[in-house]
Design a protein around this ligand. Sequence first.
Ligand code: NAD
Length: 495
Amino acid sequence: MDELAKEYLANLVRFMGPAGKILINGSWIAAGSEEPIDVHNPATGKVIAHIAAGGKAEVDLAVKAARAAFDEGPWTRITPTERSRLIWRLSDLIEANSEEFALLETLDNGKPLGAARADVATAVGHLRYNAGWPTKLTGDTIAPSSENALLMYTLREPVGVAGLIAPWNFPLVNAILKLAPALAAGCTVVLKPAEQTSLTTLRLGMLICEAGIPDGVVNIVTGYGREAGAALTEHPGVDKISFTGSTQVGRNILRAAAGDFKRVSLELGGKSPVIIFPDADLEQAIEGAAARIFGNAGQVCTANSRLYTHRDVFDRVVEGVSERAEKIKVGPGFDAGSQMGPVISREQRDRILGHIEAGVSEGATLTTGGRGIGSEGYFIEPTVFVQTKPDMSVMREEIFGPVLCAASFSEDDLDSIAREANDTVYGLSAAIWTRDLTTAHLLSRKLRAGSIRINGAGNDFALPFGGYKQSGFGRENGREGVEAFTELKSVSIGH
Ligand code: NAD
């Protein structure tokens, strides 16, 4: 473990106490009587800290604090300019402590330090992008058709108390991806980080207090999903749930939210295709395809886990991606030169290896990888399958690990290519590599996915992001991401 990371962790543990604390109404308090949760370093499997196992009682306190800060408190009364200033102030504090955040993230999540640093910069960017929104949320004036109406207009109002449930693959980024637009819209929140990776969110909570964001506006409850997460989803004081994680839990959340018609945004799983045409810049396409499945050890909701390549270039592309897979330096995130860290937990490693075993037994062929690495930590070889069939489990289920399944297409007609690419219950993202703009635009329209990325382009704070089909609904980022934390009110005035 890196020395500085050890020191930062020790500081955090000193502040939180050995069993962790939760943030309620601006105060850090001990959470109930539940056994604290062990925090593991995924690179070693060793326990490095404990966090509080918040449950129903803690969630209730947090929701009450958020409710009071919304219904009576200062947050809905302060000016949009002041909200902007506080969000920007938080971004400055994170930036000033960015190395600490990166070290804590690598320790807790396992990702290479360079990737953790990039995550912190992304989180800061999200806050700054959203800091611009409070002063720009507007309604419309409507031309009335009825004779007794003088004026009609709409107001954008914050939805109320938002429950934010984040996953473990990009812990800080995902927490802020939800927090920043919620605050910009004027909501108060209860934030529940994933139980595997709560450390950077707890540190974030300290800076939220330091930034001067009023007490009760942001409350943080650590804990298990089935307890703290479920209690938040079911709580009648919560107006909206924004969730990122598995499709299965998304389904449970939707059911629980139906009781009192909570607003829900769900960013769920994917089995996203990457489609490579023979006219593409193949070197770039190979590099891009490898990056989009082995980056973050494949633990990315938009990972392009199904590779469709035109038969004329199939062998060259598969060979290129497999060669890159073999060259990836897999190791602890703190090791200089590590390009891929461990996966998050023993359960995830076993799940992924189980998927690989199923692929082999169903008749797919490995060109590279397929095994776990070493006995310490949760490392897995970058893995590529060929001879895949559309009905194999590796082609249908989200593996959420560094496993690519390759298939060729022989058709030139875009409808059949789209049919194969769309043959999944998911619809989060799709990538296309071609130099032919007509092909790129036509195929983009035929693909049933929320984000289409052509020739290696990525995401952006300003670009709406979310899923079709079982990848969820609602959009994050951009105007839509902020408006997802608002209600629209219509006002009409007669004369
Ligand atoms: P998960 O969906 O169980 O956990 C995500 C978050 O939801 C965590 O904060 C968790 O505590 C919370 N949660 C769990 N059960 C809950 C419940 N009943 N009510 C409310 N909140 C609950 O994900 P996981 O089990 O940690 O990972 C399993 C699979 O989920 C992965 O293999 C992957 O397929 C998928 N996943 C997707 C994403 C994504 O970005 N879309 C992120 C993480 C995991």
